[in-house]
Design a protein around this ligand. Sequence first.
Ligand code: MF3
Ligand code: CO
Ligand code: CO
Length: 256
Amino acid sequence: MAVTIKTPQDIEKMRNAGRLAGEVLDMIGPYVKAGISTDELNTLCHNYIVNVQQAIPAPLNYKGFPKSICTSINHVVCHGIPNEKKLKDGDIINIDITVIKDGYHGDTSKMFTIGEPSVKAARLIKITRECMLLGIQQVKAGNYLGDIGAAIQEHAHQHHFSIVREYCGHGIGKIFHEEPQVLHYGKAKTGLRLEEGMIFTIEPMLNVGKKETRLLPDNWTVVTKDHSLSAQWEHTVLVTADGFEVLTKRKEETDL
Ligand code: MF3
Ligand code: CO
Ligand code: CO
């Protein structure tokens, strides 16, 4: 399947799905504290999505994924499975939410810190979000997919963090993961030309140590091979004639 161009009707539904995904992150924030388990966070998000939003948590049963959200702590890069383990002071955690509303997907994630993070962890989280923002700022009809990757790569490497290669952003709509693949590294003015009406995610994963990852035997949890800290942020973004619209933007994000 080629890259889909969304109609105005599609875009309206993607705006709604994106807003709902962001609102799940707003809802869960106050609960992300030392002593709560990621299973409890999963249950809170699941019930909110199903009962309040009357939407569907997309990860649940997606290719066999057993839970409704992804929770990735410390050296976990992505696709962490919620479990009974409790958060503790100094942990950093990515919560990744994807909802389906009216048949359309909204996909977004953010980092939370438990108590006081280390200076290194705080810097990793900040630079990773800046990378996502710099990537988003490259989005405009006529620009290239490679412009996004190049902007992310330049900032990450300037700060001596590595970029995970095995996982990337993706087109999204009625289908959770569709074309194109949005790499978080690359060369400006290469790759696909962006067109108005394309929608895809930008979701860079940066590591303090080496870029290499390992898949745990549960076949989902991705960790850094050297067990160094990893961070990720994600938004779902619409290409417009003169730039971008972040469909999963939250109220707290006054810089977007
Ligand atoms: N939300 C993830 C992404 O950003 C995908 C999670 S797939 C799951 O693409 F099955 F692990 F939930
Ligand atoms: Co995604
Ligand atoms: Co996601």
